[in-house]
Each structure stands twice: as structure tokens, then as C-alpha cells.
Design a protein around this ligand. Structure first.
Ligand code: H2B
Length: 99
């Protein structure tokens, strides 16, 4: 199923609303790094995001080392080979509401 990519204006609005996120992968994704007290807190955060992702049927790419979690959001079903969509904006907003 093809999902529409955000326009440049829509992507700019997303970043304005969620300033901790930055564009990644030449505008095809957004990324944010989270830092916690320790691994347990990182894992707790990842567990909560995993549940959100399941409810939204939209899943993050991420990398964790101890107290750091790097999250990248992109939509595999958008554009020719993935891109930024409203699904990423919705998940970013929900993740921001957790922290
Ligand atoms: N997650 C992400 N990040 N992008 C998608 O395009 C996507 C997803 N598609 N999770 C969903 C699942 C799709 O594969 C299922 C079939 O709805």
C-alpha cells in the first residue's frame, strides 16, 4: 500500500512542532536521540514505544547502547523506496508525549 510522502512544507511543520527531531536520510526520515539514567530506563522507554508502535501499526528503527536510544522514523510504504509520512509525525508526537 502506498502512503503519501509529506511535502517540504509539511516536513518543516513537523520539525517546528517537534524541534528535538532532525531530518535524516536526505529528508526521507526523522531522528532523535534519547538519553536516560541507565539501561533499565532505556529499556522501559523502548517497551512503551513498542506498545505504541503496535497500536499504530507503525514501527521505529532504533539503536540502543546502555542509556542511549537512537530512534529513526520512516515509512517503508511511502514513496518509491520509503519516505517521511503523516505516520511518522503521529508516532513522533506520541513518543514525545511519553518523555
Ligand atoms: N512501519 C514503518 N515504519 N513503516 C511502514 O511502512 C510500516 C510499518 N508498515 N509497520 C506496516 C507495518 C505494514 O508493513 C503493515 C502490513 O501494515
Amino acid at each position: 500500500m502506498s502512503v503519501p510522502e509529506l511535502t517540504a512544507d509539511e516536513a518543516a511543520a513537523l520539525l517546528a512542532a517537534h524541534p528535538e527531531w532532525t531530518l535524516a536520510r536526505e529528508g526521507k526520515a526523522i531522528a532523535r536521540t534519547f538519553r536516560f539514567k541507565d539501561f533499565s530506563e532505556s529499556w522501559g522507554f523502548m517497551s512503551r514505544v513498542a506498545l505504541l508502535a503496535e497500536t499504530q501499526d507503525h514501527h521505529p528503527e532504533w539503536f540502543n547502547v546502555y542509556n542511549r536510544v537512537e530512534v529513526t522514523l520512516t515509512t517503508h510504504d511511502a514513496g518509491e523506496s520509503g519516505g517521511l509520512s503523516a505516520r511518522d509525525a503521529k508516532l513522533a508526537a506520541a513518543i514525545d508525549a511519553l518523555v
